[in-house]
Design a protein around this ligand. Sequence first.
Ligand SMILES: [Mn+2]
Length: 507
Amino acid sequence: MQLGFRALMDPLRPARAASLESLLDAPAGVELPRVVPLAQQCRELRGKLRGELLAGGFVWLASGDLVTRNADVHHPYRPASDFFYLAGVAEPGWGCLLDLETGAFTLVAPRVPEDLAIWSGPRPSLDDVASQVGADAAIYSEDVKGLLEAKASASNGGGGSSSSGLMVHTLEEMAPALAAAGVDGEGSVRLTTDFLPAALARSRGRKTVAEIACLLEANRVSAAAHEAIWRSCRPGCYEYQLEAAFVSSCMGAGLRQLGYPAIVGSGRNAGVLHYDRNSSVVGRDDLVLVDAGAEFRCYTADITRTFPAAGAFTAQSRAVYDLTLAMQTAALARVQAGADWKADVDAPARRLMLEGLSGMGLVRGDIEAMLTARVDRIFCPHGLGHHLGLDVHDTSDTGAVPATLEAGHVVTVEPGVYFMPLLVQRALANPEQRDFLNAKELEGWMGLGGVRIEDNVALMPAGVKGGGEGAGGVLNLTAAAGAAPKAADAIEAVMAAGAAAGAARQR
Ligand SMILES: [Mn+2]
């Protein structure tokens, strides 16, 4: 079904239309960011955080402990994001101290019983870990108190030290680990949680090129893993078997952990936003929505693709798919430094969705009136995206939802069109919304579940070679990954090749 979405796109900035294709693929002439040694990456981030905390004193962060799964079994370990950001260490029970005056960085290791080596193998040597992440020293936790008290008595006035003591900046959830090392905020070492949360949010919200390189690496592996699912999908399999194909592809490529539980929803499950039961049988006529991403150095990709289980879109599923892709194309074209997320990126995509649904005969009436009545929210109840980094819903000064886009921001762009029974039923019972819906026609679309298409986009920091401010500096990390194409025809082609290879193996 041709609905003429291109004509509906109405770019806010006509000049940008010419470079639209460059947003969909790796922009020509843009040098892709490269992963740098971990020590270099962390040293730069420590310097950046120091710039956010103008006063002196120390920063204390802790890696966090193993989390119990059941009895004496633990979940796979993942360090606290704020700790890993500065320290680059992925070991439970560690801490770190950043001297804000000198920049000296000290890792703090837990003292563990020697017998633990029998069960868990030898601990890494303190010096090895310190040199790997560019730390100036590594000490055991019993030496933390002495280090801080010596610093407090050596300093007299200025910076973070004064007659009232040495200031240690930390986060509420990380103070207990410091207390366990004998520093409880009484005496000459004072603790404060007033400044560090905002400083971390500001710093983490604007990525360095090295961090963007980590996200690109996560995207490379994750995009290829999405394709692996398309090639292996056979109707009649369980959703979790597609999840297994994703995990296998990521681990095979060297990335062991996902950034969040993989969402693999077929049929109506595709319309469940955070569906991760992944336990249904995939039907021949189903669309399958997969939202999954692996972590590289704890930086996660967050990619969504939707494909037809049997390898070919129907006219109906193709119409919804193409509409969603048109929404994403329109939103991507507006991602640039200075753009207002809600007005410039989110709103145009919603307007476009209502135009499309209207063309399909599913809604009717004036588009502006529908937006006022929040009819768009029936079919797309979530925002167009969020910040992305060490956390899948990453932190920034405005929280996970972007406000005004800036150089250094990395965001997801993820429009969706869903047919959720609960939301449609509610709308049909709502006098402000029901007249906009074509209930009879909608019935025939509910089995589709939904479509979401999600890419990760970096606004390259100013001064980066090949990037810089403005449109030229916007890099679609998922497109640059060179896998998991979005055009419906391209998806069908990958699936056809996968099916042919599978048949050849069977012969
Ligand atoms: Mn997302």
